[in-house]
Write a protein that binds this ligand. Sequence first.
Ligand SMILES: [Fe+2]
Length: 367
Amino acid sequence: MVDQAIAKCTTLSEADARHFVAHGWVIVRDAVPKQNSEDIVACAWRELEERGIKRGDPETWKKEPYIRTGCPPNVGIMASRGDKEAAKQKLEIRTRYGLPPESPLLQDVAPRALGAQVDCVGGRERVAAPEQIALPDSLAVNLCSDDSKLGEGGWRSTSAPGWHKDGWHYRHFLDSPQQGLLLGYIFSDLSPESGGTQMCVDSVGVVARLLARHPQGIHPDTVYSYIKPYMVKECSEFQQLTGKAGDLAIMHPYMAHRVAGNASGRPRFGQFPSLKLSQPMRFSREDPGDYSLAELVVLKELGQLTHLDFATEADYTKYPREDITPPPSRTEEEKQAIETELYDEQQRMALTEPEWAQEMWPKRERL
Ligand SMILES: [Fe+2]
């Protein structure tokens, strides 16, 4: 199955594809042209300088050690939905700092980045609106995040804050299409210990096994509460992202990760969007050669399976793979329901899971 899927790749090298299947992540070199990276970082610096964060004065970086530049996501979303005020605001922000009116399309400026993503999910038709995917140019800048107070075990420990699985806006299923891949666009050279995202590599298997046991899906609040820190405790393999400007990290959507501290003195410029699928992942394809690399990672982690009947058509109707109402727009009723669901879920997990879950009981009683 793996060989067939790898043979279909048009952008990823065989070594890269095998690395993704084996480890759940891969760095694609030179996915974005250097000039694009340099231009995007220059615009970000223009904005930072205007906001009082001076390139030549690291003391000013401490004002906001982890800062986002460009158009805020909520403004971008409202603008894309036709909100005229948001569109105006977006244009003003982008023009002010030298960004083009719209982010350039990935297929035009960085076809290698798009091609590698397509390879991981098993074909362009499995990507939601691939022709509309833009190169992200509003950035997450890690100027000097502080991890100095981490205790024994450092960032690899369960007590390190911030471990999470992405996806606050949808109910999590084994096959959720909302996050086909977790991406890391690297726009400035990223050395070790320099603010590269930290990954809990074997969390992919832990998350796969959790989701496989829940065909009814899991609310994102619940996912968050488990991963931080209980799932990380199950893991022993940790990695940090490194690379060159223009590289693209592709991670499996189940990968637990956290923002790294950055005491290197070198600001890190990047962005971490997700790739949305046009349809849920499938683990029971008639032709085993049709599995995507991302699906094969899941089957491997579930015990080298070749086939898993996870969802039926009826399941899709009963538990639609749709977005949920995110906070803060939840009603009180919804909040209550979520809380109850969370406790029920925790109880079930604690009854069926080993040691790490048992530690949840004293915590729960204190709630
Ligand atoms: Fe994240």
